[in-house]
Design a protein. Structure first.
Length: 152
């Protein structure tokens, strides 16, 4: 992927994701499969993940050879009470962080394969891996949301 393609994908997934934060309470309760997160939990997760990835970019760019710790999304969901977290705050967090990531992608993506870090679970990585993961992660959850909305 090149910088232009990445930016296009970041914008596309951002623009497709934002309207889902405004779904009705009834729609936010829909799930794509029995026992899976409902749409609201997915959206809060997307916003939190965006915040985590955004912070990782800043740490990696500002100080090479960072050790970045993984996080357990299920623990975050339960311990941070995603069920009751205000969806409007998640929307604001997602939007602000995604816009900042787009800025950083424009500035750093071209050389991101040369900026390395250590991930606590998967070892040596480069900043490019994080940038490239953004649209994939977001699209995976967009697919789940669309599936939940289509199944009810």
């Amino acid at each position: 992927m090149n910088t232009i393609n990445l930016i296009q994908e970041l914008i596309r997934t951002r623009d497709q994701t934002l309207p889902f934060f405004d779904l009705s309470k009834e729609d936010l309760k829909k799930t794509y499969s029995l026992g899976k997160w409902d749409i609201k939990l997915i959206l809060v997760h997307i916003a939190d993940s965006e915040s985590v990835f955004h912070e990782r970019i800043k740490r990696i760019v500002s100080d090479s050879k960072q050790i970045i710790w993984g996080f357990d999304q299920d623990l975050w969901s339960s311990q941070l009470d995603y069920e009751n977290f205000p969806i409007s705050l998640s929307k604001e967090l997602y939007h602000a962080n995604r816009n900042s990531v787009i800025y950083f992608a424009e500035k750093y993506y071209a050389n991101s394969d040369k900026i390395q870090f250590i991930h606590s679970e998967s070892g040596l990585k480069c900043l490019k891996d994080i940038f490239d993961y953004f649209p994939f992660h977001n699209q995976t959850h967009l697919n789940q949301i669309q599936s939940a909305l289509n199944s009810h």
